[in-house]
Design a protein around this ligand. Structure first.
Ligand code: CMC
Length: 383
């Protein structure tokens, strides 16, 4: 009997374990997430994104000296992207989606990195740092260019979140927005074998290079069932318009058999711990003039949808409350998913390094369900 026939099918690879990882511990039944054993709640409250990148990559929290060195290296080596990349981005189509722009710009960054094909651990860590520091520059660059503004060169002093907001607006960012972005970046930095991380590891498993792995991961994150959900959530809130219309919208959407974006998760069958943190964050914004209304709409949607869906194990996921939080920090709605990239590149690159350290080609099978045998019919005899 052919091997395919005897195999059980796990649609969408649900429940299939394919590798060891030391990065994220996730308990989907209890709603627990820890990076290298440290609770996400403690990291969200206390850590900078740079600290979390170091933790994921090196396996332990940095000392003050190590963190200073890591941050200084980020600023010195990698925040500025090559002029050729800036020129190319200026000529990208102005109506393209920022995720398509970022996917292409990251690939281009690889073309202009002379070390792109050097496959040592040191060279791959350098590429990881280049990607982490360069991606915010690329996102801000396109935002400025498509609005007819000159790019703002990166700051040599500001931290990761603050520098990004500075490059986006050209102004000194306010503390509240910096904290919102930093917390978001910390919360989304890694999450087990999600689809985009799996893509990055699959590409790395063929012994392809770091830039190819991250370019592929960006393409995977773009989809609305994965990272693209945050943008869709904000669009839903706009469509609903006001809190008094939110419950009816939830009922109509579910009665039509449609999905509520920002709800449901392959792993969490209870409230996503990151969503719990971001809900508290969003609630604190309820009094803010331009954001409060959308927070109110989101809370009514969340409560009404939970009432109907939680018995099926469907709860708000991290993307649901991300939407009003990113909006509050002044991020354009179609740039929400690129900000997810800006965070998740930490996990992707650390996973690529982990894959490279103990590699085996990732190559599952498909169960063939087409006809087993049929003759080749010459063109003239086809119906
Ligand atoms: N709204 C309403 N019903 C839902 C939703 C939702 N958002 N998600 C799942 N369901 C229902 C689905 O209709 C199905 O019902 P039934 O058994 O009656 O046919 C059941 O739940 C199981 O759905 P599934 O598609 O088999 O579940 P999955 O594990 O394959 O999908 C998911 C997970 C995240 C793709 C899905 O929940 C979804 O489409 N959510 C909306 C998009 C979204 O928010 N994505 C972000 C995911 S978390 C962050 C990230 O990874 O980027």
């Amino acid at each position: 009997m052919p091997a395919e026939k005897s195999e059980e099918l796990a649609r969408g690879l649900a429940g299939v374990t394919v590798a060891d990882t030391e990065m994220s511990f996730i308990d989907g039944e209890a709603g627990v997430l820890r990076y290298r054993g440290i609770p996400i709640e403690d990291l969200a409250e206390n850590a900078s994104y740079e600290e979390v990148v170091y933790l994921l990559r090196q396996g332990e929290l940095p000392t003050a000296t190590q963190l200073d060195e890591f941050k200084a290296n980020l600023v010195k080596c990698c925040r500025t992207v090559p002029d050729e990349v800036i020129d190319a981005v200026r000529h990208f189509p102005s109506g393209a989606h920022p995720m398509a722009i970022l996917r292409t710009a990251v690939s281009l960054l690889g073309l202009h990195d002379p070390g792109a094909e050097v496959e040592t651990r040191t060279a791959n860590e350098a590429k990881a740092t280049q990607l982490m520091a360069g991606i915010p520059t690329l996102i801000a660059l396109y935002e400025r260019v498509r609005n007819g503004q000159e790019p703002v060169p990166p700051s040599q002093e500001l931290g990761h979140a603050a520098n990004f907001l500075y490059m986006l607006t050209g102004e000194d960012p306010n503390e509240v927005a910096v904290r919102a972005i930093n917390t978001y970046l910390v919360l989304l930095a890694d999450h087990g074998f999600n689809a985009s991380t799996f893509t990055a590891r699959t590409i790395a498993s063929t012994e392809s290079d770091m830039y190819s792995a991250i370019t592929g991961a960006i393409g995977t994150l773009k989809g609305p069932l994965h990272g693209g959900a945050n943008e869709r959530v904000m669009k839903s809130l706009f469509e609903i318009e006001s809190p008094d219309k939110a419950k009816a919208w939830v009922d109509q959407t579910l009665d039509k058999g449609q999905r509520i974006m920002g709800f449901g998760h392959r792993v969490y069958k209870t409230l996503d711990p990151r969503a719990r943190i971001l809900r508290q964050y969003a609630e604190a914004l309820a009094e803010e003039p331009d954001v409060g209304k959308w927070v109110d709409v989101a809370i009514v949607v969340a409560d009404a949808a939970e009432e109907r869906l939680s018995a099926k194990g469907i709860w708000p996921n991290v993307d649901f409350y991300s939407a009003p939080v990113l909006y509050s920090a002044g991020i354009p709605v179609d740039q929400f998913t690129p900000i997810f990239v800006m965070s998740r590149v930490a996990g992707w690159t650390a996973h690529v390094l982990e894959q490279q350290a103990d590699n085996r080609l990732i190559r599952p099978r498909a169960k063939y369900v087409g006809p087993r045998e049929q003759p080749y019919v010459p063109m003239g005899e086809r119906a």
